[in-house]
Design a protein around this ligand. Structure first.
Ligand code: ADP
Length: 300
């Protein structure tokens, strides 16, 4: 073959090869003017025109595939929402029934028998009614807090170093001489208020569930992959038994009695809702008496 012709063909092949690469990675569409400028003969033009058709078909296929994925994602999200709502209703009605029953029992006892009851007994029964009513109010507040966590998120660029620094300043009085180690954190695309709330809950829990036997140490670190940033808040506190590491994220689930450690069991369920609204996940790794590492991911 004439060396000039061979050179021309090999450079043409290179152009075609580059086009295939660009097309297959979705980075280009072939433009007619480009073809004219390249002054290819009809045969070559036909080949490139064929590539263009292939590209268009691929684009169409990608569109359809994206629409299908989108539909599947929406369906799954709706199924999950329904399941969450079912569980929320169950927990809410179950936990509300308990103080209501107490109020009912003791008010009936008072109503049916108050003439024969001593002042001390009357005071004791009224006290039970009072405690139950207070716990019902707290529960209703929790329900309201959980129910009003908005599904809508407004994403902006959030520099997590700034968020954590502000938070630790706010928590200064509670933190005391705690060692907080903060590694360089990423900037994420997220709802700033939501992410601040998640970090605040996790740091507050690390303080609340500290081990009284040792000085509290908290560390906040991150790791990033191509599609997500994962943040980890870890502590050296009392830890969580593996049997409860999933249930603690459920609404109103607590592992401690109110008298032992103050709390109402909604913090982590709110965190879960906020992170899932971002399309991320939240989970814990822990061993009893060896601290806990709470992780949450934010898709890029
Ligand atoms: P609350 O703290 O009000 O009980 P949360 O939803 O924040 O509610 O937490 C649920 C449960 O998870 C807590 O009752 C506690 O048992 C457990 N927990 C949360 N964070 C930690 C932690 N850092 N260390 C040990 N246990 C924890």
């Amino acid at each position: 073959m004439n060396p000039d012709k061979a050179k021309e063909e090999s450079s043409f092949l290179k152009v075609v090869f580059d086009q295939i690469l660009l097309i297959s990675t979705g980075k280009c569409s072939i433009d007619e003017n480009q073809l004219v400028a390249l002054e290819y003969d009809e045969e070559k033009l036909n080949t490139l025109a064929g590539l263009k058709m292939l590209h268009e078909d691929l684009e169409l296929y990608k569109e359809e595939y994206r629409a299908k994925l989108d539909m599947e994602y929406k369906l799954k999200a709706q199924e999950k929402k329904n399941k969450d709502l079912e569980q929320f209703n169950y927990m809410a009605s179950h936990d509300l029934k308990e103080p209501l029953r107490t109020v009912k029992v003791f008010s009936q006892l008072l109503q049916n028998n108050y003439q024969n009851l001593s002042d001390d007994k009357i005071e004791e029964y009224l006290n039970y009614i009072n405690i139950s009513a207070t716990s019902m109010v707290k529960l209703l507040d929790s329900l309201l807090t959980y129910a009003t966590v908005s599904d809508t998120i407004v994403k902006t660029k959030v520099d997590l170093n700034q968020t954590v620094n502000l938070l630790t300043k706010d928590l200064k009085t509670t933190i005391g001489d705690t060692i907080i180690e903060i590694k360089k954190l990423p900037t994420v695309q997220a709802d700033e208020t939501a992410i601040r709330q998640v970090l605040q809950n996790l740091i507050s829990n690390a303080i609340k569930y500290r081990d009284p036997e040792r000085k509290l140490a908290i560390s906040i670190t991150s790791c990033s992959s191509a599609d997500k940033d994962t943040i980890c808040v870890s502590d050296n506190g009392i830890g969580i038994h593996k049997d409860f590491q999933e249930t603690i994220f459920l609404f109103l689930k607590r592992l401690h009695s109110k008298s032992a450690i103050e709390g109402c069991g909604i913090g982590l369920s709110v965190c879960k809702k906020l992170i899932e609204n971002h399309g991320g996940e939240i989970w814990v790794e822990s061993e009893v008496n060896k601290g806990a590492q709470f992780f949450f991911s934010i898709p890029k």
